[in-house]
Write a protein that binds this ligand. Structure first.
Ligand SMILES: NC(=O)c1ccc[n+]([C@@H]2O[C@H](COP(=O)([O-])OP(=O)(O)OC[C@H]3O[C@@H](n4cnc5c(N)ncnc54)[C@H](OP(=O)(O)O)[C@@H]3O)[C@@H](O)[C@H]2O)c1
Length: 273
């Protein structure tokens, strides 16, 4: 059973369109990249397509090397005509990720990487929560009531697993959360008891049917390219037992819609000083 993420993305897009229409200025997103690889180029292309469809201006700043990254971030952070900043990851070797995240002005940080925005998350403020984590929580909230549910998250990155765990503990969601990682023992015995499983590991087909109980909800965050094809972290056959988000066409499309929504909301609010 596949979870319909397209309709979730569409409903976010309709809200975005209404912000774009009501806004006094045209929303603008800038994506910064340093020597992008093929998967980054295709991700930026999909951002461009989505931005165009929603009436959002989109600019790619493709830098020759790391040394220009800090200067470029300071410039776009100060530019009042820019409402959202995206920095393509992974960053090249040698770049201090946290320093770069700090330089993205917190209220233009549509991806939710600035440590300040991660701090707000602990207080339940999710305006700039990490966008993939926000996509996971948005999908979950649309398919199930999370209160009291046993949720197992596999992966503890600052962009996905960790923020999802914080967000699911918020009192209005009140899930019971277990976070697994590479040192966790006997993951199948933990996932088999879960109502909800979020998999963000980065290993194609990691979650298999034996690890899942019938009727559970499974969110597949993984994007793995194998022989030129995209696979999630969840084995296809899990769909026979559980409600699963597709890859592609799942968490990824909801994430892009959330990114654009934040840009449009910022433009609508105005005052990007
Ligand atoms: N759809 C989207 O929009 C989107 C956005 C972001 C990422 N992604 C995808 O999501 C996946 C995860 O991304 P990420 O940035 O969170 O990755 P990451 O930073 O590499 O983190 C991977 C996590 O998985 C854990 N892990 C690795 N092997 C494991 C194992 N055998 N058993 C249990 N846990 C294991 C790691 O544990 P340790 O902490 O112990 O090392 C780590 O916490 C990737 O495929 C990525 O491409 C998708």
């Amino acid at each position: 059973m596949l979870i319909d993420c397209k309709s979730i993305a569409q409903s976010i897009d309709s809200e975005t369109l209404s912000f774009v229409q009501k806004s006094l200025v045209k929303p603008k997103l800038v994506s910064i990249t340093v020597k992008p690889d093929q998967s980054t180029i295709s991700y930026l292309r999909s951002q461009q397509k989505k931005a165009q469809s929603l009436g959002i201006d989109f600019e790619i700043i493709d830098l020759e090397d790391n040394s220009l990254l800090e200067k470029s971030l300071i410039k776009v952070s100060q530019d009042k005509s820019i409402h959202g900043i995206f920095v393509a990851h992974p960053l090249p070797a040698g770049v201090d990720e946290m320093r770069i995240a700090e330089l993205i002005k917190a209220d233009k940080d549509i991806e939710g990487r600035n440590p300040l925005n991660l701090g707000y998350l602990a207080y339940g403020i999710e305006d700039f929560a990490p966008c993939t984590a926000m996509a996971v929580v948005t999908i979950l909230s649309s398919v199930t009531n999370l209160v009291g549910k046993n949720v197992v998250i596999i992966g503890r990155s600052t962009t996905v697993g960790l923020p999802v765990s914080i967000m699911l503990l918020r009192r209005d969601r009140s899930a019971t959360v277990i976070v697994c990682h590479s040192k966790t023992k006997d993951i199948p015995s933990i996932t088999k008891r879960a109502d909800v499983i979020v998999v963000a590991v980065g290993k194609a087909g990691f979650l298999t049917p034996e690890m899942v109980c019938d009727g559970s909800v499974v969110i597949d965050v993984g994007i793995n390219v194998v022989d030129g094809k995209i696979f999630g972290d969840v084995d296809k056959s899990v769909q026979e037992k559980a409600h699963v988000t597709p890859v592609p066409g799942g968490v990824g499309i909801v994430t892009t819609s959330i990114l654009m929504n934040r840009v449009a909301k910022n433009a609508f609010r105005g005052d990007m000083t």
